[in-house]
Design a protein around this ligand. Structure first.
Ligand SMILES: Cc1cc2nc3c(=O)[nH]c(=O)nc-3n(C[C@H](O)[C@H](O)[C@H](O)COP(=O)(O)O)c2cc1C
Length: 173
């Protein structure tokens, strides 16, 4: 699927994944698309943690579930978690990181990989454990968690898009 508008129109949030790992080169193409997102003043404030390590993936899932107050896997079984964080010293950090998330989801879909934005990265990386993880990776400074883009092969039916609301767009001509 290479038509950009078709990719944008047909991307859906996937909430059921097969356990099969996504090949490393495919993950590489998806994260590269993330790094080419526009950023305020080209500050390139975000960073992406591409997590395929099962222990860390499961720990992030536990932390996320705890923040949400539920006993389930908020990553829906996805084997890959791309955590996007952004440097708080840049005033556009949340916008920058959100656009990276958009690129990641669209690139994944273009490559036949399911994705979903999973929230609560902010709370996760406000914990001492989250901060320690960043320190262990040599990521210095103050980073805000923007989101998790979980990736994997779609299990089951591909979801339909919800009906678009009325009055999405106002043309002023
Ligand atoms: C900021 C943001 C946070 C989201 N957080 C979650 C989440 O924690 N869990 C989840 O299942 N989906 C989450 N989603 C996915 C939305 O629920 C989804 O985009 C919406 O229902 C529309 O469906 P679509 O992506 O298939 O068009 C999030 C999306 C955004 C943009």
């Amino acid at each position: 699927m290479t038509d950009t508008l078709e990719v944008i129109r047909t991307r859906r949030s996937i909430r059921s994944f097969k356990p099969d790992m996504v090949p490393r080169d495919v993950i590489g193409q998806i994260v590269e698309a993330g790094t080419y997102a526009a950023t305020g003043k080209n500050g390139q404030s975000p960073v992406i943690l591409a997590v395929t390590n099962r222990r860390l993936r499961d720990r992030l899932s536990e932390m996320n579930a705890q923040i949400m107050g539920v006993d389930m896997d908020p990553f829906y079984g996805a084997p890959v978690v791309l955590v996007v964080l952004a440097d708080k010293s840049r005033p556009t950090c949340v916008y920058d990181g959100s656009l990276v998330m958009g690129n990641l989801m669209l690139a994944a879909h273009a490559l036949g990989i399911g994705s979903c934005w999973i929230h609560r990265a902010k709370e996760e990386f406000e914990t001492e454990e989250g901060k320690e993880l960043l320190r262990s990776l040599g990521i210095e400074g103050d980073y805000e968690g923007i989101g998790h883009c979980v990736l994997g092969y779609v299990d089951g039916e591909y979801p339909d898009a919800a009906k678009r609301k009325e009055n999405w767009v106002y043309y002023i001509e």
